[in-house]
Design a protein around this ligand. Sequence first.
Ligand SMILES: [Zn+2]
Length: 410
Amino acid sequence: MHRPGGARAGAARRVLDLLRTQGVISRVELAERTGLTAATITNTVRPLISDGLVREIGRDPQPGRGQPRRLLQLVPGAWHAVGIQVDRTTTTIVVLDFAGGPVATADLPGTGGRGPETTVAALAGHVEELLDRAGVARERVLGVGLVTHGPQDLERGVLLTAQPGPDWLEYPLTAALAARLELPVLLENDATAAAVGELWAGSPQTDTFGLIYMAAGIGGGVIVDREVYRGRASNAVEIGHVALTGSSRPCVCGGSGCAQAEAAPHAVVARALADTGFADRFAVTGARDGTLDDFDRIARAWRSGDRDAAAMLEQSARWIGRAAVTLVNLFDLDTVVLAGPAFTVAGTLYRDHVAAELERLALSRALVRPKVLVSSNAASAAALGGALHVLRTMRIGAPPRPGEGEPAPP
Ligand SMILES: [Zn+2]
């Protein structure tokens, strides 16, 4: 199997990344976009073609510009990757082909009160089922990107928090899932994964942006010049746990006054339950496994014009706006994306309030009006990012060709 190392692997990774973003591109454009020489591009692309990862597809006619250019694209079926986003309230699983195209998706309930062992067994079952349904052979799966809230120890593949329950702390998550699926599993932060998913989808239309992720909790991610800002150990931008003035509500992190304690779905649902008339009217249950369903009921009540629902969500949205001001001031951003399953119904309400807070308080507001967008894949952006993380970072060789042996060297 072709296992390039060093500079050659770096060039191959950049070429594969560009092909995945652009779809179809010529060698000349690859050289222009990467800054690599034409000779390096030729030498990088040749083994990718012989390994069956990249193919030539016809020619770009280029009228009046001499020799037509041969165009390149990824071979979608060469490899696949699985992305799993899981937290207390939701689970989303996606299977992507090598070109980044989605071939299968499943939306499932979150962990609720279940422990990690039961959850991992269920996740493995769902992945098997999804691969079967999509007709993807196991040996064509490069790996699994497992996406959760932080803080995490990426190297050991464990959570460094007792959320969603005490037995999750330090449980060998990636090792247990890898053993069940017999596939490599990489751990990734949900907000970071969502930012990667958004970058790849191209919706922020900028190479530097921040992202606020809301599912059961609230997290943040920052992309700088198309690269993830990771801090020292990928536990950066925990914007849900920055203390905000005016709040003293205790938080699961041990602090108080965090945006997560004030604004996350459980806080909104708690306010709805305190108003029994409202809770009865919109069937808000307070069930441990149903926080996001309850939150969506409140969001739908807002959509149908209920003013109490609007007030509950606006209170949450203003706190997130304050967190966004901190994010923008720290990283000098002009674009903030909102992603995560909690933004699927009420995303536009949050967008408008976050934008208003930024226009009012972001220090750079005189220079540029901050832009706030709701992800077009709010619910699945993190799972997509988990699968892309696998495609972008794992060492990639020629896919297996049963019965044909290894491909001939170039
Ligand atoms: Zn906190």
